[in-house]
Design a binder for this molecule. Structure first.
Ligand code: HSE
Length: 449
């Protein structure tokens, strides 16, 4: 901790209008877009901040590599990130991953720099440590680009909705999976071939695991839930299912319900074990009706739908990735923290006062859409209905397709009312064990209706 005298000296050291030193860690797709805009829009940014932003260094692994697309003095590139962060007022971290990003951010704050980060994995794993360091050093920690790229969503939750009561957040926060599911819907193709096409078009990484297995979306869900519910939520608290098991049959089943399949990040207030308030945070594919605003989010776009007590429904939509869109969010944060450096004071720190318990997936209230291939003979519907009843699951609709003439099998499509996910999963297990059930062809959760 600084003494009061040290603190005063630090505050008074700034001459009015003196340049603010900005250090950039990382110069990939996002970093190079940030550096370019810092230079090209320097006059406007200075006017908005009240002081010029002076780029004092860019830490990269290979400083000697030619970077013709980044219009800065090549001598600004350095391999010594440890040293760079000690001589900046604002440090921008766009290298990603846990280490060395965490150590560099901590060191930057210890040297009095405010930090702007796009690092969802780090914020979702260890946000409270970073917030504590920001508090201890009286600096800002902003990370708008960590969730949904260009879409202003963290600041609206953290600031604009600070006086409201957020009840639920439903997000499409991963562009790769949205692109794949949207293509599967429009072409009827399967998962594997659609991912290959997405890779060929540059929408999916060569190793798409983080996206298609839901890790990326889970980190973003943890960040959204922490801010929305004033409660610490880490990636480890988030139930995660990716889209690798979504089949062309699931997409067809959704289409027959006038619905689409989306990978959703769902953060909501629920009733906990003790009857008190708790939160549920999960990422999984779900059917949503085509009439829901999130169903119209096509290709690699992102969107976040919020339900708040007073505001009602809110929808935020835009590009969730890419150099320029992410740079827009990073630059907005740079201007915000730089304004605080000029005028004094800080933005909001961590708000985790509610400290609500996070419940497991079994306690989440969900609805299931289940397609069954069953023997078409008397009594089968009763057996199926009994499996639901025995688990306390109420059926909303049952539809039968086909019948004798199709190998004596019929298709039963059951949509349930809301029940705990544990009860619904146990019902599906029981259905699989029935002699009359030839196959449980598709199981998909239903949201948004
Ligand atoms: N890989 C992410 C996506 C973007 O597909 O949306 C970065 O979080």
């Amino acid at each position: 901790m600084r003494t009061e005298t040290e603190e005063m000296a630090r505050t008074m050291a700034r001459e009015p209008g003196a340049p603010l030193r900005v250090a950039l860690l990382g110069c990939g797709v996002v970093g190079s877009a940030v550096a370019t805009k810092l230079v090209e829009n320097g006059d406007d940014l200075a006017a908005r901040v009240g002081a010029p932003l002076e780029l004092v260094g860019i830490a990269v692994r290979r400083p000697g590599r030619p970077r013709p697309d980044v219009p800065v003095d090549p001598s600004l590139f350095t391999a010594d990130a440890d040293e760079l962060v000690t001589r900046a007022d604002v440090v921008i971290e766009v290298i990603g991953g846990i280490d060395p990003a965490r150590g560099l951010i901590m060191r930057a704050m210890e040297h009095g720099a405010s930090v702007v980060s796009a690092n969802k994995a780090l914020l979702a794993e260890d946000g409270p440590t970073l917030y504590a360091a920001a508090d201890a050093n009286d600096v800002d920690l902003y990370y708008e680009a960590a969730v949904a790229g260009a879409i202003p969503i963290l600041r609206p939750i953290r600031e604009s909705l600070a006086g409201d009561d957020v009840r639920r957040v439903l997000g499409i926060v991963n562009g790769t999976t949205n692109f794949v599911l949207d293509k599967m819907d429009s072409t009827g193709a399967g998962f594997a071939e659609t991912v290959e096409e997405a890779q060929a078009l540059g929408y999916a990484e060569a190793d798409p695991t983080a996206d298609v297995e839901g890790f990326d979306a889970a980190a973003k869900a943890a960040i959204l839930a922490s801010l929305a519910f004033h409660t610490r939520v880490s990636s480890a608290d988030v139930h995660r299912e990716g889209i690798t098991e979504v089949s062309a049959a699931d997409i067809r089943a959704a289409a027959e319900m006038d619905s689409v399949v989306k990978l959703l990040a769902i953060c909501e207030r629920v009733t906990g074990d003790d009857g008190g308030e708790a939160v549920s945070v999960r990422v999984h594919p779900a059917m949503i009706p085509r009439s829901h605003p999130l169903a119209s989010v096509r290709e690699a776009f992102n969107a976040v739908f919020i339900e708040a007590a007073a505001a009602g429904p809110l929808m935020f939509y835009g590009r969730g990735a890419g150099g320029d869109p992410s740079a827009s969010a990073v630059l907005g944060d740079i201007v915000a923290v730089a304004r605080h450096k000029v005028a004094g004071g800080r933005g909001p720190g961590e708000s985790a006062y509610a400290d609500l318990p996070v419940v497991g997936m079994g306690q989440a209230l969900t609805r299931y859409h289940i397609s069954l291939d069953v023997a078409d003979r008397p009594g089968v519907l009763a057996q199926v209905a009994t499996a639901f009843a025995e688990h306390g699951v109420s059926i909303e609709t049952v539809r039968q397709q086909g019948g004798p003439g199709e190998g004596d099998l019929a298709k039963l499509i059951v949509v349930t009312h809301r029940a705990t996910d544990a009860a619904l999963a146990a019902t599906v297990d029981a259905l699989r064990g029935l002699d009359a059930v030839d196959d449980v062809a598709s199981v998909m959760r239903v949201e948004g209706s």
